[in-house]
Design a protein around this ligand. Structure first.
Ligand SMILES: Nc1ncnc2c1ncn2[C@@H]1O[C@H](COP(=O)(O)OP(=O)(O)OP(=O)(O)O)[C@@H](O)[C@H]1O
Length: 239
């Protein structure tokens, strides 16, 4: 279980996160929404060790993640995708995935043994392009490759930063099913950031709304839709 306790982060005079607390349990899909600049990416960066919080604590099960760096987070089973893709472009698709699988094998060999990299690539339609450099693949395949790479880490916690960006309705519906399948199979805790409210409402068990670095509400999708503060922020976009 992920626990974020009283986390704040400032960049100079900008308070990107103010006293944020939340939890995400095994097999839970938690959405993270909020207007541009609300602090969503900052929170995910703090959880994945990319940023050191100015205050507060982050833990996965009993292991402290606070400011320990992205490698430490990966070793503990925090997998993530990025808003702007961050694959190793000159390595092949398979090599990108193997790097994550090796990390898992080193730290959690039993988990790694249960992951079949070839089967994962086939499931996500990447088997035919496994030997092509990642940077030469079409955008949609690169997005799927990032997800497969995160899965090859055997994540206990999976962070998906705008996975539906640039997708049409059909693709985002497929993605919603894929994310739920991942949860059912891996029992990972999953945090999803996205601006596509329909996607978020359909895929998440609970949703956390951030605004100006603060948690406005954390609740089930139906309650979020009916929350006056949230409606105010989204100016009627909820329905
Ligand atoms: N490295 C940085 N240096 C200075 N300010 C930053 C930095 N990263 C984020 N900020 C600021 O912190 C605030 C929160 O930004 P953040 O990117 O976390 O928001 P977001 O909710 O992810 O927004 P978006 O939906 O546009 O991606 C913004 O005011 C942003 O300008």
């Amino acid at each position: 279980m992920l626990s974020v306790r009283n986390v704040s982060k400032s960049f100079g005079g900008v308070h990107a996160l103010r006293d944020v607390s939340l939890a995400c349990g095994e097999s839970e899909i938690l959405g993270l929404i909020g207007p541009n600049g609300a602090g969503k990416s900052t929170l995910v960066n703090a959880i994945s060790g990319v940023l050191v919080p100015s205050q507060g604590h982050i833990a996965l099960d009993s292991e402290d993640l606070t400011g320990r760096g992205p490698e430490h987070a990966a070793h503990l089973g925090v997998g993530r995708t990025f808003q702007n893709l961050r694959l190793f472009p000159s390595m092949t698709a398979r090599q990108n995935i193997e790097v994550a699988h090796i990390t898992c094998r080193r730290q959690r060999p039993a988990v790694a043994a249960a992951i079949d990299v070839e089967a994962l690539m086939a499931e996500y339609g990447l088997d035919a392009v496994a030997d092509r450099p990642a940077g030469t693949l079409p955008y949609g395949q690169q997005r799927r490759l990032e997800i497969v790479r995160a899965l090859a880490l055997g994540p206990k916690l999976l962070l998906l930063d705008e996975p539906a960006a640039g997708m049409n309705d059909y693709e985002s519906e497929e993605l919603a099913h894929a994310v739920q399948r991942i949860r059912d199979r891996t029992r990972a805790a999953i945090i999803v950031i996205d601006h596509d409210l329909r996607f978020i409402m359909s895929v998440c068990d609970r949703i956390c709304v951030l605004d100006m670095g603060e948690v406005v509400a954390i609740d089930a999708p139906a309650a979020i839709r009916a929350n006056p503060k949230v409606i105010d922020i989204y100016l009627g976009q909820m329905n």
